[in-house]
Ligand binder design. Sequence first.
Ligand SMILES: [Fe+2]
Length: 503
Amino acid sequence: MKKTSKRFLSLILSLTLILFTLSAGSAAFSTADTTPRRISVSAKHDGLTKGFCWYTDASTPSQVKIYLDDQDVTKDVVLSEIQSEEWEGSYMHKVTVSGLEGGKTYTYQVGDGNNWSKPGKFVTDDGDDSFGFITISDVHYRAPKEDETPFRGGDFTLRAAVKTIPEAEFFVNCGDFTDDSTNDEWNDYHKAFDELHRALTLVPVTGNHDGFGSYHWFNNMFNLDTSESVQTLNGVNYSFDYGNAHIAVLNTNDLMAMSDAQLKWFRNDMNSTDKDWKIAFMHKSPYSLGKDAKWPDALYLQESFATVCSEVNVDLVMSGHDHQYLRTKPLKNNALAKEGQHGTVYVLAGTAGTKRYQVRPFLSPSFLPAFVPSEFIDALVIQREADYGSWQHEKLQTEVGGCFSTVNIDGGKLELKAYILADEKDADGQDIITQVDCMTIEKKTGQNKISYTGDNTTGLFQYILDLIPSIGNLAKYAFLDWLPKFLLIVPYIIYSSVELGIF
Ligand SMILES: [Fe+2]
């Protein structure tokens, strides 16, 4: 009997030990890392509203602390649209902060109430119609490969941009943040850009690589105003005011490039502002001499999107996709703007990263009439060494390195500059930054009038209805417009591929 009791006691002790071990294990599992990562602050609605987004490994509350002059002012601002959900094995958090004072530099931390991120900062619009920003594109972030020496990612280029224009109030990334939009690549991107994201407000643009195979990636990576987004499956279109500018961000993953529903949104959006400057950012470019300019979507953008830009008097369009820098002269309805006519300047913003495209001479009429009339081009910078055979263009220059642009607006004056950060440093180990373009637009302020005040949202049903003319228009462009032009250049593409190695 005594023996049986001992055995029973020993069994109870063993079970207690097993349960204790299991519960300790599960406690260890539940204390997964709650350190905020993938932190970004995006422009939202206007210069006094910011969209915070970050990730944690474990499910946690979503909190933001806001400081002004080292004082915690969280209770004086408005925290709204608080959202947290599981996404691809991690937890995404979004908080929108409004009610901020203009012209201030705030600091912030994001976290769960106990664990807080490293501090970041952002500035608010001071309303004096004078501000500056940086544009980069196509960083295609991925881990450096062994054969790349030296590897200089887009974060190096953006750091050089911040040094060049420290007063910049935000930076735009015209898309293709990553190559394949995997968890690892977004982690690599955020590690590289963490410090920069915590120093500047971001305006993100969806690229064709940002969401490959899982199109919700982009909307889940940043806190954007999707209230008027035509659909969010494969990217986000949104707009906001900053200073005396109205800025629209377009999604060129919408059908082949842009659906009729999004074009309608863009037209209404630009007609619903009386701001002096109308600016658009997008990924794919209507005007380019790069690898992708020969496909139907570029030509489609010229004939659809660019026509709307002329109609609503957009001043500046900046884009990416074809990894070279190209700026057009002011254009009106796909022709040079005449004296006294309003024109739109299109800037293909180059690549801040290391994947750089050669020029395709067969796309330029100085070689053969095709897609981009030669006289449209006011600046053309190829960011890699290349041999173009006998093809020459008076604006063509080669500067090997990552590209960034700066834009300064002051009342009725807009100044755009483009720079190349050389891959190599100088003898003293300093960055070599070369200015490769400069353009100024001057205009009379107070001229734009609001001509649209209606609802600018597109329901899913309306979007589907609008697909019918969109697909019809695409087919018309593809077969009647693009295909004859493409067939005409096929022999030259073959020649170029064989003789110059450029497809
Ligand atoms: Fe790209």
